[in-house]
Design a binder for this molecule. Structure first.
Ligand SMILES: Cc1ncc(COP(=O)(O)O)c(C=O)c1O
Length: 426
């Protein structure tokens, strides 16, 4: 394994043999042919490694999985159709009806809805906490059916940084799996396995692809959690009738991702398309160049906006004095906090609308985290069904604007945003 993360971004995941294509080919085939039924049988029994059906595995997906696993420092990964399917499969790999898990409430809105509404309908109870919830209160929420704790490294859109030390200590004390959504930080700014996390999920849709071409997700197994004889995980310790009586805990490191693939992906079928895996892998090759640039541009913009008369407040963990700055220094590469900056505009909804109309470089999109700068006003788009009071309660006030700062030249970024802020004062 290469020591440098930069080298891993460029090189890992695919190594051609003599005379093979230099670039990971797109294997656009649902299925794979064998000479004998015995060979195919051995693949089904996991006696041999190989491909037989793209829902369970495909060489192009395998290249991406190996690259992201190498970047995170994991033992294996599973590519999925979207970030949402990665999180869903990650939770369902350890939870069934009657079980519960703990999650930060400052997480991506789609994930919050999955946990707060949809999983509840399936009988899985999510207990929400935040960075400031005292450890004793979190521990009081844990019972014999608690199967996981879920964090988001940098929360979208809250911009908070997860308190890894606190949650990892609790997870260790109770033998509970710690799962983290590392989408916004990416492995180039933070590697949660180094802070006690056991499973990482990604919306590769965001920075990993980085060019807004491909919706996708990845689950990475840190291989650092012992399922064997842990009573919280019957799904890993009781012979699985649906998979030849297999006891997954006996597989050691990598048991989690193996089960996610042969049970979760087999049954839910949320696999990534090979073409998306190809594009995502191409994007990942420059992740190490893009993330520092996103972060540096975002910090320069956040600093410039802070003193602007049209700005009420700026939330960016990279800013000195920010509530999350200490955690950013501790858990993110040199305090680099990626490209997402939120701010409150003076003048409410009217000013928010004028600001967005005046922007030229920043386009209005329901997306973040690609090379191009973009903007979103949640109160008039993604959260438009909520009243101002509900918005406040959800931590997304009506005057909040989310900027996703791209990798363009900082002079153009500053002139676009500061010019549009000036326009709201006229
Ligand atoms: C932090 C985070 N996690 C998960 C998701 C969901 O990803 P996808 O849109 O690929 O399903 C998103 C999407 O914005 C996100 O920002």
């Amino acid at each position: 394994m290469y020591k440098s993360l930069d080298t891993r971004c460029v090189q890992c995941g695919y190594e051609p043999k003599n005379g093979e294509p230099r670039v990971q080919p797109i294997i656009q085939s649902t299925t794979f042919a064998y000479d004998t039924p015995e060979e195919m049988g051995d693949l089904f029994d996991l006696k041999k490694a190989g491909y037989f059906y793209t829902r369970l595995g495909n060489p192009t997906l395998g290249g991406l999985e190996d690259k992201i696993s190498a970047l995170e420092g994991g033992v294996g990964a599973l590519a999925t159709a979207s970030g949402m399917s990665a999180t869903t499969l990650a939770i369902l790999n350890v939870c069934s009806a009657g079980d519960n898990f703990i999650s930060l409430s400052t997480i991506y809105g789609g994930t919050y809805n999955l946990f707060n509404v949809t999983l509840r309908k399936l009988g899985i109870d999510c207990r929400f906490v935040n960075n400031h919830t005292p450890a004793e209160e979190i521990e009081a929420l844990i019972d014999g059916k608690t199967r996981a704790i879920f964090l988001e490294t940098i929360a979208n859109p809250a911009g908070t940084v997860a308190d890894f030390d606190k949650f990892a200590a609790i997870a260790r004390k109770y033998g509970i799996l710690l799962i983290c959504d590392n989408t916004i930080a990416t492995p180039c700014l933070s590697r949660p396995f180094e802070f006690g996390v056991n499973v990482v999920v990604h919306a590769s849709t965001k920075y990993i692809d980085g060019h807004a071409t491909s919706v996708g997700g990845i689950i990475v197994d840190g291989g650092n959690f012992v399922f064997k004889d842990n009573p919280r995980y019957p799904g890993f310790n009781v012979p699985d009738d649906s998979y030849h009586g297999m006891v997954f805990a006996d597989c050691g490191a990598g048991a989690y991702i193996l089960r996610a693939r042969v049970i979760g992906m087999r049954d839910f079928g949320a696999q990534m398309a090979p073409f998306n895996a190809f594009l995502t892998m191409l994007g990942a090759e420059t992740l190490h160049l893009r993330m520092p640039r996103h972060s540096d541009n975002a910090l320069a913009l956040a600093q410039a906006m802070k003193s602007h008369p049209a700005v009420e407040w700026v939330k960016y963990a990279g800013l000195e004095g920010d509530e999350d700055h200490e955690r950013a220094l501790k858990y993110l590469d040199g305090g680099r906090a990626a490209g997402m900056v939120s701010f409150g505009i003076r003048g409410g909804r009217k000013a928010a609308s004028e600001f967005q109309k005046s922007l030229k470089l920043f386009r209005i999109v329901t997306h973040i985290a690609d090379a191009r700068s973009c903007v979103l006003h949640p109160a008039s788009t993604t959260h438009r069904q909520l009243s101002d009071a509900d918005l406040e309660a959800a931590g997304v006030p009506a005057n909040l604007i989310r900027l996703s700062v791209g990798i363009e030249g900082i002079e153009d970024i500053l002139s676009d945003v500061i010019g549009a802020l000036d326009a709201t004062l006229k």
